[in-house]
Ligand binder design. Sequence first.
Ligand SMILES: Cc1cc2nc3c(=O)[nH]c(=O)nc-3n(C[C@H](O)[C@H](O)[C@H](O)COP(=O)(O)OP(=O)(O)OC[C@H]3O[C@@H](n4cnc5c(N)ncnc54)[C@H](O)[C@@H]3O)c2cc1C
Length: 116
Amino acid sequence: MSFTKERKAFGTTVFQMQNTKFTLAELAARLQVGWAHLDWALKRHMAGELNTAEASAAKLWHTEMQNDVCDAALQLHGGAGYMNEYPIARLWRDARVTRIFGGTSEIMKEVISRSL
Ligand SMILES: Cc1cc2nc3c(=O)[nH]c(=O)nc-3n(C[C@H](O)[C@H](O)[C@H](O)COP(=O)(O)OP(=O)(O)OC[C@H]3O[C@@H](n4cnc5c(N)ncnc54)[C@H](O)[C@@H]3O)c2cc1C
């Protein structure tokens, strides 16, 4: 977010553009819901109640969201987002593998589908 408040384009800051504010608002809302779900899953895990399908759903949903969030944030950086000088470049790159390791998103869906 700080980058968009500093970066100027078309006589204003990137943050002031409606698309940027809507994108950031959507990400904030998704993160808010995501944290609530993560707390729910952790609480069930600590109590020994989290089942395989629920854990797979959590892995699937949170890693996909991590990728969505990092990708949208990178886009708001423009070309700077692709440069290693900016932390978002590393965050975006690191996010990509989370849909693969620990079980791919496709396998998470396969596991969830077995409980349906
Ligand atoms: C950085 C990194 C660190 C890792 N660390 C570890 C580790 O510490 N310990 C460990 O054991 N492993 C580790 N792995 C391995 C990782 O768990 C596997 O890469 C991952 O489970 C996917 O397996 P695979 O690479 O054999 O892909 P494949 O099984 O060859 O899958 C290829 C593609 O086919 C899809 N696919 C496969 N089966 C199905 C299916 N039944 N239905 C639909 N789609 C399917 C996959 O989703 C994927 O898109 C690591 C991988 C990476 C990249």
